[in-house]
Design a protein around this ligand. Structure first.
Ligand code: NDP
Length: 316
């Protein structure tokens, strides 16, 4: 049985769809309410001391942890909470997995890197997180590796979905409201759809079903292909949203520098991940981020995304 933690998040909701064919799935959220108001298992990662007991009761063979403290700026003011959820709780999951021969799947971030490189980071690149969030996610990674449990650590970046809090939806909302758009043009990464990330997770777990978990201790980079600045990303998504009828017209987007958009937590300037290892492992290359943005916008147009109303409301 697969226990999916964080089933109500933007990745978690996509995983509910993608993992269903892979094995019996138990989705869990912090409060026991799934997206759309459906009841599911309750699993609060901030209650670190209770994690063993909860896992004993559920007895999963695979734990997919899509739950995390993801408020990058707020983490600077709540370091203990970020550390409890992204590190201490993950360490408890990993220890339980090691004792019970379970597989732990964990999502980590491009923010474990400082962004000083001029070329894509591979899995062996030195990690130097700039923020509390990045430090807490890296500590989660390290706790998993030192636990000895079978694991897949999937580092990803710039995640978006047709639902939840993400850049794509923020841009659509701001454009719809007629706000002036000023977007940072000197930070580069690879926008990655939650649907690609969840489909890749399903593929990897399918592979594990065939090969088994013996000796599986792997860190992989998983993003869409290509790279772009936040500004270039905004231009492209707004232009496509306009072409697809989600917006009356694509508004102008002013390119600014990071210094003109100060944030509580520093971000890496360049956090493109080298995903060759995953491509070799699965024998397929990642889709280009352009294509995945188009596909996600089409989902919004069609209202086909899970738990979404049929008409996209840019104000929601
Ligand atoms: P979301 O913020 O959309 O989802 C995170 C989920 O975690 C939410 O459903 C949240 O529930 C849940 N959660 C938070 N605290 C707890 C808790 N104490 N107990 C149980 N659940 C909790 O994040 P994403 O789906 O975007 O992120 C998925 C993974 O990918 C995370 O590990 C993240 O670090 C990683 N990642 C994300 C990136 C991004 O750009 N978003 C980039 C790189 C990595 P609630 O709604 O109740 O708070």
């Amino acid at each position: 049985m697969i226990l999916l933690l964080g089933a109500g998040g933007q990745l978690g909701r996509e995983l509910v769809r993608s993992l269903a064919p892979v094995g019996a799935l138990t989705p869990a959220t912090r409060d026991g309410m799934g997206a759309g108001g459906t009841a599911c298992a309750r699993f609060d990662l901030s209650l670190v001391d209770g994690i063993d007991e909860r896992l004993d009761a559920i007895a999963p063979r695979v734990i997919v942890n899509a739950a995390a403290y993801t408020a990058v700026d707020r983490a600077e003011d709540e370091p203990e909470l970020a550390d409890a959820i992204n590190h201490l709780a993950v360490a408890a999951l990993a220890r339980w997995a090691a004792r019970n021969d379970a597989l732990l799947v964990y999502y980590s971030t491009d923010y474990v890197f400082d962004g000083s490189s001029g070329r894509p980071y591979d899995e062996h690149a030195a990690t130097v997180p700039l923020s509390i969030y990045g430090c807490s996610k890296l500590a989660g990674e390290e706790a998993i590796r030192s636990s000895g449990c079978a694991h897949l650590i999937l580092r990803t970046a710039w995640v978006y979905a047709p639902h939840g809090h993400n850049f794509l939806r923020s841009m659509l909302r701001a454009a719809h409201a007629g706000r002036t758009l000023r977007v940072v043009a000197d930070q580069f990464g690879a926008p990655t759809s939650a649907r690609y990330l969840s489909a890749t997770t399903a593929r990897l777990l399918d592979d594990v079903n065939h090969r088994g978990t013996s000796g599986l201790r792997e860190t992989l980079h998983v993003t869409c292909a290509g790279q772009v600045s936040w500004h270039g990303y905004a231009l492209r998504l707004l232009e496509r949203a306009s072409a697809l009828g989600l917006l009356a017209q694509a508004p102008p987007v002013q390119a600014i520098e990071s210094v003109d958009w100060p944030t509580r937590a520093p971000r890496p300037r360049y956090s493109v991940l080298d995903c060759d290892r995953l491509a070799t492992r699965l024998g397929v290359r990642a889709p280009h981020w352009h294509d995945e943005v188009d596909a996600t916008l089409l989902e919004l147009v069609a209202g086909h995304c899970l738990f979404q109303p049929r008409t996209f409301d840019a104000r929601s």
